[in-house]
Design a protein around this ligand. Sequence first.
Ligand code: C2O
Length: 558
Amino acid sequence: AERHYYMNISKLVEKTPDGIARNLTVVNGQYPGPLVEANAGDKLIIHVDNQMDDEPVTIHCHGLFFSKQNSFQDGAAYMNQCPIPPSGNYTYEIDLDDTQAGTYWYHSHFGGQYADGLFGPLVIHSQEEYSAMNLSYDKDIVLMVNDYYHDSASNYLPDYLGPDNENTEPDPDNGLIQGQNKFDYVEATYLVPNGRNISDVSYTPVNVSLIDLDPDSTYRVRLINAGFFLTFEFEIDSHKLEIVEADGTLVDPIEVDSIAVSLAERYSFILKPQDEKKDLGNYWMRARFNQYCAKVENDNFNPDVRAIVSYKNSEDVSNLQVPDSSWDNGGGDVRCNEFDQSLLHTANITSVPMASNGSRLPDEKIHMEISFLIGAYQLTRGYLNGHTYESYNNGSTMYQLAFAANNNTIKNLDVQDLATSNSNQYMLNFNNKGTVVDFVINNYDDGNHPFHLHGHKFYVLAIGNAGYFSEDYYNEDSDVLNFKNPVLRDTVNIPGYGWGVLRFVIDSPGVWPFHCHIGWHIESGLMMQINSLQSEYSEWDNYPQQWYDHCQYWQDQL
Ligand code: C2O
């Protein structure tokens, strides 16, 4: 079936998700954006009307395969499309893969725009997925958590990208659940972002989100970290969480007290109250920032991110009594507890047996080094194998496609032309469908980096918490790499001073970004692209004229 969604993109002034007023960039006036739902195999049609007169926009559907030769609907600005100009519009037509189901999300893929509010949940239903889960639930809810800034990302970026600032990502002011949280505003100590005046600050108290649940229903909760920077450890007092899905892949169910969810990752869990049905009351839901919050220098920073889960059919959150039970489980400032963020459950999660030709070795093994901040040696940008991505006028694929080639001759361009037209970014060209590729990643930075590959999922063969990868891990007698039942997902956290091995198959024609999902790091260059432009594909024949027009617009701006 065709599913049509209409997204009007605009700026709302003086919105107060946590009480402090700021401008937000939103879809249909909503923050977070509206839920997009479809069935596996549907044609998802998103009509985007950019109603802003001063900002371009793109919508990227995070995690979708775009496997039916439509990578140009993927939304990565300047790689897969020239962004939709101010006051412009575009209709994304996405043929959903018949086999793809689960929890995804969409967000702007232009600059820091998604930190400013342009994101929302995307859920793909399928009867097969439901049957394969081998368990039943009555209701399905989506939960978005995100770190949150009191000012627009574009106001932080010039400083952050300035010289010698790469170790100083802007600290968030707060975290939100369902787009909302408390913030205790104290005028005397409030630090007005980006050097503006205290007289510009306006504040209206806001309470935490209320999530009403029916005591007689079993819930599948779809948790999405839509933040720009930090990992969350998520939990609900007096409840167990049975994880059943990670990034659209069903996993062997495991029951946990809390879930560490990195940026852009998704988990579904079956919610299991520990109290007797008749006693079900009100509970805190908590999204703790990872240990990074111990380092935050922003005086405004509120690490106390909560919502209330209520089985009492409550309407007014302000009078609710919520027992304070398990919050204080670690001593000290437990909101900044050091949880084991390095493994982030990924290594503990197993999935259906891996499809394999029996060989431990891939067709192509790509060694990749992340370098960013190395001890005292601060680099000015983020690097993958010594390359840093710079968008737009430094030459990016989309742009080059449109203008290196005289429009309509795009399909005659070979990847070599693309490669040589981009001097800065790291590119890999794959010419054969079915090639099995391992990314062997060593992270020579102290920070963790949640990496995402567009248009594909990868098997997480291993995540190393410390130390670096060794070739010996591929030997028959080593069990470090999981060739049996690794989780298959689209985003995974590579720990600081750690490593990871990700295996995927070249099966989708197009141009695909691979990048750290920390928004600040995208802007500082931790992004590369895979070109899978096999000549047998006719993708470029269907290339939308509107993209050329958009690229022409940008050309004219130069
Ligand atoms: Cu969630 Cu390149 O994106």
